[in-house]
Design a binder for this molecule. Sequence first.
Ligand code: TRP
Length: 337
Amino acid sequence: MKKKVTLTGITTTGTPHLGNYVGAIRPAVEASRQENNRSFYFLADYHALVKNQNPERFRQSTREVAAAWLALGLDTDQSIFYRQTDIPEIMELTWILMCMTAKGLMNRAHAYKALVAENEKKRAGDPDKGISMGLFCYPVLMAADILMFKANEVPVGKDQVQHLEMARDIAGRFNHVFGNTFVLPEAVTDTKTAVLKGLDGLKMSKSYDNTIPLFVPEKKLRKLIMKIKTNSQGPEEPKNPKTCTLFETYQAFATKEEVLAMKDRYAAGIAWGKMKQILFEYLNDHLAEPRRHYQSLIENPEYIEKVLKEGAEKARAHSVPFLAEIRKKIGVQAIGG
Ligand code: TRP
């Protein structure tokens, strides 16, 4: 039986935070250790270019995101871990797929439509104001990432499901015109994985500026946890764990037994200060080792580079022959050949 192919991309913007870990990194790291599938994880740095056009920040994000995934235990022997910009075949495939993509399909992309709506609301005059072709064509590049490696399953957040539908659409169009070539991928959205809340109780997200970065020093971690918003219930009042950011964060890391015991302590009226201290200690224990590992990786950029280059070599063992096949189907061939 053929191994199932799982693939996912990580946009290299910003510093990885607790929400990224629980929602994306941890499940991927666990999957990377399984033997019955072939998995591809890559840094989507050309996707990041759409938003991040500051070279220093661009470099730094790539380095930090790569180091975070390695520090948190991604198995780079069993899985293939690479950087998008190391695989030139993806770029060539992007153009090919562009020619198979209806512009109208891209007009319907949620992210693009939201920006147009914003311009209209602001009466900007031009509904496309500030929108680059990179942003508009983002889903085509994403389709190339996925189709290049014949991925069956693509674990993503809910906001990416439409992009997967588009990838299937584009693949179907190519297959129809040039014969069966691409595998149609499926989005996998894990409803079991927790969506963490940030310091203010809203979803933890860079865009809300409410995150707890994964590898801040111990002191800073403590400070951030003390800042998490709670209600104004006093010590000894029984508390509801269901609506509590502290509890939800604890639950995302603790064992079942620990969670049950904590529920009892809520019912008995644990003080917020006490709960924050417990959460801090718990997270700090959990993150201490990866934090050390992360620091040593950041101080060893050559090592990160070596791992990525090895990953690229493994990835290109797939992309180079597959692109040759695709070119031939289109008619890109030696003259007279
Ligand atoms: N767009 C994805 C995100 O923002 C990142 C991404 C780029 C991706 N290429 C991909 C995810 C291919 C899955 C497959 O999260």
